[in-house]
Design a protein around this ligand. Sequence first.
Ligand SMILES: [Zn+2]
Length: 161
Amino acid sequence: MDYLWSPWRYRYVSQAAPGNGCIFCEKPQQADHDALIVCRSAHCYVILNRFPYTSGHVMVVPYVHIATLEEASSDVLRELMELTALTTRHLRSVYQPKGINLGMNLGECAGAGVAGHLHMHVVPRWPGDVNFMTVVGETRVLPEDLSTTYDRLRKAFSSDA
Ligand SMILES: [Zn+2]
């Protein structure tokens, strides 16, 4: 079942960031809509993947620049999982997926696109989604554009406030 692991293969690609060059440190300094951040919490935020494996592919990311779980404080670890749980709840309500992949790539050889900054992938799945998500090089055919995904998930997260 190789395809189950393929989401983690895709890099989180973006324009070169200023500062320390870490995209996950830079994104929270931008406006939510520009950064595609759908939720900010105390220790972590939820951001759309610009090259989603499926519609609704997001990442839960701590603000602090750490590469491993063992560097994370208890507060960060707790919120990382709580926000992941909240994200799965909203994805289920907005997209009605039949399954969800959760995963972290720790280290470049494990497939991390941004190895220096911990992040949890959350990928909604449907039976047969590999068929309409055919990958040709780095180009994917997406069933929904990112701004639509952003608006839908932003609205779902806003309902918590
Ligand atoms: Zn960082």
